[in-house]
Design a binder for this molecule. Structure first.
Ligand SMILES: NC(=O)c1ccc[n+]([C@@H]2O[C@H](COP(=O)([O-])OP(=O)(O)OC[C@H]3O[C@@H](n4cnc5c(N)ncnc54)[C@H](OP(=O)(O)O)[C@@H]3O)[C@@H](O)[C@H]2O)c1
Length: 244
């Protein structure tokens, strides 16, 4: 990876992705998006001692912040473009049918599905440039859009019902990922939905089965081994393909 952008990078899985990629993968640029820079103390401290990290204000529901982020990234990467976009930011609840509202459904789609779609659309010129410059420099491999999904977004895996807003928005994200994988194939850019499993974060809670360190270690192994057969698929942190 030469350059990578991660949304929702101020805590949880996103923050750990930034840490591990910087300390173990030796990238040139890591762009860490967060919606409130002033509240991202841990990320800011990490960035202060790691010059490859740029903290960007990026609310996935606000086009103005996405447009500004595109310009900032473009200024830094120039003709090399962007190699990897990780749409990690997400929101979650377990509300049952009675408590599910129209507004809730719209806001969940806005963050978990529409957000990643339009971020990808706006960063596409930089992702395409990244793919062109990678093949010109004979680096090999694919550039990619990686969308953090969830087992709750699997239609086939839904045996317990409920959780309408989260499930439906992640299922929509899976469909968006599939279409991106087809549309971006001519550009040699992969699109994959990644399921991180159940992880100890504010979202996953303290009883979750893996820590952010364990999760991200496995996610990075999966990311590095992604190939054409996984394009457009849901791939778990264990590396297996999950059903839609
Ligand atoms: N933890 C799990 O067990 C688990 C399981 C399956 C899938 N996932 C998925 O993995 C991803 C990361 O989850 P996590 O556990 O790390 O969650 P988390 O600890 O709750 O962190 C969520 C991140 O998303 C950001 N975010 C929320 N709304 C945003 C917006 N409008 N614009 C920009 N950033 C926004 C949050 O920023 P603020 O701090 O500003 O709120 C935060 O940085 C999510 O997509 C989630 O659905 C997690």
């Amino acid at each position: 990876m030469r350059s990578i952008l991660i949304t929702g990078a101020n805590r949880g899985i996103g923050l750990e992705l930034v840490r591990k990629i910087v300390t173990e993968k030796n990238p040139q640029h890591v762009f860490a998006g967060c919606r409130n820079i002033n509240k991202a103390e841990v990320l800011q401290q990490f960035a202060a001692s790691n010059s490859t990290v740029r903290v960007l204000e990026l609310d996935v529901t606000k086009d103005a912040t996405v447009d500004a982020a595109v310009l900032q990234v473009s200024d830094i990467v120039g003709n090399e473009g962007l190699d990897v976009l990780i749409n990690n930011a997400g929101i979650y609840n377990t509300e049952p049918l009675e408590n599910t509202s129209r507004n809730m459904m719209q806001s969940y789609f806005n963050v978990n599905a529409t957000g990643p779609l339009f971020i990808t659309q706006k960063f596409l010129p930089l992702l395409r440039q990244g793919s062109i410059s990678r093949s010109a420099s004979s680096l090999g491999g694919h550039n990619s859009v990686l969308n953090l999904t969830s087992g709750y977004g699997s239609i086939e895996g839904n045996t317990s019902g409920g959780i309408y807003a989260y499930r439906a928005s992640k299922a929509a994200l899976n469909m968006i990922t599939k279409s991106l994988s087809i549309d971006l194939r001519p550009d040699n850019i992969m699109a994959v939905a990644l399921d991180p499993g159940w992880v100890q974060t504010d979202m996953g809670g303290s009883f979750a089965s893996s820590t952010t360190e364990e999760c991200v270690k496995r996610l990075l192994q999966v990311i590095e081994s992604l190939c054409e057969k996984e394009n457009g698929k849901i791939v778990s942190y264990k590396g297996n393909i999950l059903p839609f």
